[in-house]
Design a protein around this ligand. Structure first.
Ligand code: SF4
Ligand code: SF4
Length: 223
């Protein structure tokens, strides 16, 4: 009888019996199964930017070049879109790999805009450091625009069924997009609210590979 294993099962068999254990445990993304087929590189929207190539990144980890990848710019070029992982015939989790590499970068060496945005969100509740009064004023202005009569934004509504957070871009420049889903909630008679503090919906802890920040960010929003 021929036994069939899923890639994950096969990985654990190899990790236990064949490969260097120390390397497979902290990097459990199936990287050692890479066929170097290049499908990921062909699909990747960031491929070629400053020479970035997801296939090469996978190979670097597979060859034990962890330190080199951590200090590289490449992991920060990846958009984490996941297209590569969807197409990879070996189901290698490249976005997961990238995120792991990012988590190993010293926090003060995380690229500026991400590091500063995350710090701002943890300190002020949003990546822009937008003061609460300005934020509330903007929401009320959006709701008061013509074509949206009789509507008010339910800010800090106690006991609401749905709590929504907001991408800072929607408050800053893309306010039309906010109105679209507000209208849907309104028409559907939903019981929803937006917080007046810690309203940021973009958790840059994810993009910086900072799990502690992700948790803090999330707790600030919901507790
Ligand atoms: S698609 Fe998968 S198997 Fe092919 S090169 Fe990329 S990581 Fe390796
Ligand atoms: S997750 Fe990163 S490496 Fe994969 S396709 Fe998207 S940008 Fe490219």
């Amino acid at each position: 009888m021929v036994l069939e294993y899923s890639p994950m099962e096969t990985q654990s068999i190899i990790a236990l019996n064949t490969l260097e254990h120390g390397r497979c445990r902290p990097w459990p993304f199936l990287q050692d199964f890479c066929l170097t087929c290049g499908i990921c590189a062909g699909a990747c929207p960031a491929s070629g930017v400053d020479g970035f190539d997801p296939r090469k990144l996978v190979r670097m980890i597979s060859l034990g070049m962890e330190d080199e990848t951590v200090s590289e710019r490449w992991p920060w070029i990846c958009t984490m879109c996941g297209k590569c992982a969807n197409l990879c015939p070996m189901e290698i989790d490249i976005p997961g790999l990238v995120r792991k590499i990012r988590s190993r970068r010293r926090r003060e060496e995380v690229p500026g805009i991400l590091h500063k945005g995350l710090e701002a969100a943890l300190e002020t509740g949003n990546n822009l450091r937008l003061p609460k009064d300005d934020y509330v004023f903007i929401l009320e202005e959006i709701a008061a625009e013509p074509g949206f009569e009789g509507f008010t934004v339910p800010i800090d509504k106690t006991g609401a069924r749905i709590l929504t957070t907001i991408h800072n871009k929607l408050v800053n420049t893309h306010t039309e997009d906010l109105k679209h889903w507000w209208k849907i909630f309104h028409a559907a008679g939903e019981d929803w609210t937006v917080p007046s503090e810690n309203w940021e919906g973009t958790n840059w802890g994810y993009f910086t590979g900072d799990d502690a920040a992700i948790r803090k960010f999330w707790k600030n929003s919901v507790l």
